[in-house]
Design a protein around this ligand. Sequence first.
Ligand SMILES: [Zn+2]
Ligand SMILES: [Zn+2]
Length: 215
Amino acid sequence: MSTCIVCHKPLQDAPPVVECPNGHPVHRDPCLKQWFMTGKEPQCPFCRERYPTNVQKFFDECQKERKVREQKAAEKHAAEQAKVNPAVKEKREVFQRVQNLRAQQKYDAALNLLFDIQEKYPNDPEISFQIGNTFFIQQKYGLAVNHLMKAVKIEFKQPTAFYLLTRSFMALEMPEKAAWAAERALVHLGPEETEYREFCKTVVNQKLNPSSPGT
Ligand SMILES: [Zn+2]
Ligand SMILES: [Zn+2]
């Protein structure tokens, strides 16, 4: 084959070219890149054979770029929401201030803001998450667990909350509960959130294959 399996144009039109183990050639950019940005696995667009490991890095880069694009779209969406919904706007402003306060290690001030707005919106999972996250940063893991659990009870699909719960339960030396949270985090964590995934996998594996105590 002397043409790209995606765009069917000559390979020399857009070098470099990537080949799958079955010899299907594809332009690396934009053809394979666009394919990788929509897929979950580094597979050949033609035969779905998995690419060798040297293509994995390129795949990870594409996934990262996808994530950045999605975040930008989400931010744009949130900004539009804020225009029509005053509650969304108010929360966004508070979270921005909370972030700045946390960066300056002014945790009590950050928590005061969050508890104030929680009185107004008592069942908001994002507010509970931010309170839990603030306690987590302060290494107050018991308090972090209380608020993060509230957040995931209101809205289950919160992988970052489950990730922080995993870390908190580990810090509290509660490995069973940590594994429970890690399993739930892994369901919704994206493939590009490598660091979070690796930590959660380790916790789950420890539960499955507990090493002898004292090691
Ligand atoms: Zn092509
Ligand atoms: Zn192929």
